[in-house]
Write a protein that binds this ligand. Structure first.
Ligand code: WTA
Length: 649
């Protein structure tokens, strides 16, 4: 039963409803229906809420279904950095906090007003220019969660350079692949970072990357930990020295709406990560509009998204969404459980955070450590909570609502992807009686459908594959240097529908229930890792003949990595070898991809045509018995399955 005893639903308070942008289900329906009747008119109205240097687009939307090329607001001119900073300074927010930086040490705090942030960004934009960076060039960013990271990204957008942020948990090989693929010319990094009380080396990894052939001519290094590091004379320069001599003013570059804004790599079903390309106009319209509808931000509030800027969530909801809206956004360097299990709540209490956005994996970890850590703190400033990255089950949802939200804060379960750039399905928290475990309804302007394998539409309540029926502004335009792959992966299942790669069902109320990936992408702590990338890392080890990687359920991380490996002749199973294989994955892909289990076996289940049957391996890894495995008649050698079950760890 729910607090008010109604059908298991959680209505927002009247007070919250009143403060929301969309205040009732009827209002949502009206806006939504009109938006689907005429999506171009709807998105054009949304686009008018940001500032354009010129709105001279001929057609707000063009779409060539055959080539899967589409444009939004092409011909319109704008600058994203201008929209995030100059516009607010001009409109009276000069002395309002844009970013509150909270370092891992409690007294390590910096507050940047919109005025000061603009000033720093202009200077750094000039530093980039002085190193030869111009419109269209790529800048690789490998930084901890410090203000210089935000300054770097905004400086890139100011001059029209594309940033490509590499998450700090990746190995040097993974960094190299991302830097080489987009031919980045310059890299911004730091001497190191702080994580859970330890100093982590960053520049050393960058040095390793740059031993190989790349296009990087300059490395700008932020002093963060004061670690002793190697600086290459002609290549590496210090951030603070460059900033000290940089001119103050830098005019924003006039960008076309369809000019690329940034790249962000994400794992997929092939071994090679894909550089998703987002554009200036469409992306910022999606970031702004979704921020407005989902978070109901009010002036004076503090927004805190706990993601890392290395992922799309950090890009859109630490940086571009809140700043394009003129919000105050908290940038937190630390982790949830250091120095103690209540670090998040110390920070939320200290800064009187209003809006809090995190991932189910963090919530599960926090819940496990005990509610007393939360109850120690006054969290009465919280108004609204949100979740992203993986399905949040009803149990964790209710706990989040009661223990963290004090039974008072509505929760928005937000579904979206690196590709979509901004939130696609989520309850507008002022409009709906919330349904734990469901991401509920698409945002205005977005139409979804769930299809069976034969591409017919699923019945109500039936699980299938989730599609979006047409391009929307913040959807990535292509994969860097590989438009064919973009077409094949996302648009070829049903011509004209965008294939999300997620399973879903829609209930009789039209609410969406997300069911996880339907492809070979594993979601470890909400981070996407391609099974193929881990397999490739394992196969590159001298002892490995074949490898297959599947997800297994994990109490905290949601999914963990289970690997099946067969060895080449002459190698035998040993703990030593397993350790080596785990290290191999850590070195090639990164610590985030560390396998939970390595099972060495004499063979893998294959079809007669030689395809590894991952469906069966998933069941075996998850503890399934022979009878649970479904159809095994297409297997080349059914005996292998028995030996795999026997050898299970
Ligand atoms: C999953 C993160 C269920 C999904 C923004 C998607 C979710 C992938 C949710 C994208 C949610 C994200 N409920 N699943 N609320 N949010 N996902 O690109 O499988 O890092 O395809 O973007 O995360 O992960 P990505």
């Amino acid at each position: 039963m729910t607090p008010d005893g109604s059908k298991g639903l959680y209505p927002p308070s009247d007070e919250y409803r009143k403060s929301a942008v969309i205040k009732s289900a009827e209002e949502y329906e009206k806006i939504y229906n009109a938006s689907i009747e005429d999506p171009v008119a709807y998105w054009t109205k949304e686009a008018e809420q940001i500032e354009w240097f010129s709105k001279d687009w001929k057609d707000a939307f063009t779409w060539n279904k055959r080539t899967s090329e589409f444009t939004w607001f092409k011909g319109g001119k704008l600058n994203v950095c201008y929209n995030c900073l100059d516009r607010h300074v001009k409109n009276g927010l000069k002395n309002t906090a844009a970013i509150i930086f909270q370092g891992e040490e409690d007294d390590d705090v910096k507050v940047y007003t919109y005025g000061r942030l603009l000033n720093e960004v202009e200077k750094f934009a000039n530093v980039l220019k002085s190193k030869g960076i111009k419109k269209g060039d790529r800048v690789a960013v490998y930084l901890p969660m410090i203000p210089e990271l935000v300054i770097t990204l905004l400086a890139c957008t100011r001059i029209g350079a594309l940033h490509s942020v590499v998450f700090a948990g990746f190995s040097s090989e993974a960094i190299y692949n991302r830097v080489a693929d987009c031919k980045a010319k310059l890299m911004v990094t730091s001497d190191g970072s702080f994580r859970a009380g330890k100093k982590i080396d960053m520049k050393g990894k960058v040095n390793e990357v740059l031993e190989k052939d790349t296009d990087i001519k300059t490395v700008i290094v932020v002093k963060r930990t004061n670690a002793e590091i190697f600086m290459e004379d002609d290549r590496d320069v210090w951030w603070h020295k460059e900033m000290a001599k940089a001119p103050e003013r830098c005019e924003p570059e006039i960008m076309d709406a369809e000019d690329p804004l940034f790249l962000l790599y994400t794992s997929g079903t092939t071994g090679k990560p894909k550089g998703m390309v987002h554009t200036n106009g469409g992306y910022i319209v999606g970031a702004y509009s979704s921020y407005k509808y989902v978070f109901n931000y009010r002036p004076g509030q503090i927004h805190w998204c706990t993601a890392d800027i290395g992922w799309i969530t950090g890009h859109t909801y630490i940086l571009y969404g809140p700043l394009s809206f003129g919000a105050t956004t908290l940038l937190f360097e630390g982790v949830p459980n250091y120095p103690e299990e209540d670090r998040f709540w110390q920070v939320a209490e200290k800064w009187k955070v209003d809006l809090f956005y995190t991932a189910p994996t963090a919530l599960r970890m926090i819940r496990k450590s005990g509610d007393e850590w939360i109850k120690k703190h006054d969290l009465s400033s919280l108004k609204m909570l949100a979740s992203v990255g993986e399905p949040i089950d009803a149990d964790v949802w209710k706990w989040y609502h009661t223990v963290i939200g004090g039974g008072r804060c509505p929760i928005s379960d937000t579904w979206w992807q690196t590709e979509t750039g901004s939130i696609i399905i989520a309850p507008m928290t002022g409009a709906f009686d919330l349904k734990p475990g469901s991401a509920m309804k698409p945002l205005p302007g977005i139409e979804t459908t769930v299809l069976r394998e034969d591409k017919t539409e699923c019945d109500v309540g039936e699980s299938g594959s989730l599609y979006i029926t047409r391009p929307f502004p913040s959807l990535a335009r292509t994969i860097w240097n590989d438009h064919k792959k973009f077409v094949d992966l996302y648009w070829s299942a049903v011509n004209g529908y965008y294939l999300t790669g997620d399973g879903a069902k829609i209930d009789p109320d039209g609410d969406h229930w997300l069911l996880g990936r339907v492809d070979d992408v594993i979601s470890v702590a909400g981070h996407r890792i391609g099974a193929a990338e881990i397999e490739a890392a394992l196969i590159s080890h001298r002892a490995v003949a074949e490898a297959a990687v599947v997800p297994v359920p994990d109490e905290i991380k949601g999914e963990a990595i289970y690997t099946f490996v067969t060895l080449k002749n002459g190698f035998v199973d040993s703990d030593e070898l397993k350790k080596e294989l785990i290290n191999q994955v850590r070195n090639v892909v990164g610590p985030i991809a560390t396998p939970k289990t390595i099972q060495i076996s004499s063979g893998l289940p294959k079809t007669r045509s030689g395809k590894i049957m991952r469906r069966i391996l998933r069941k075996i890894a998850g503890g399934g018995k022979y009878d649970d495995l479904g159809d095994t008649t297409t297997l080349l050698d059914p005996k292998i399955v028995e030996s795999l079950i026997e050898g299970r760890k």
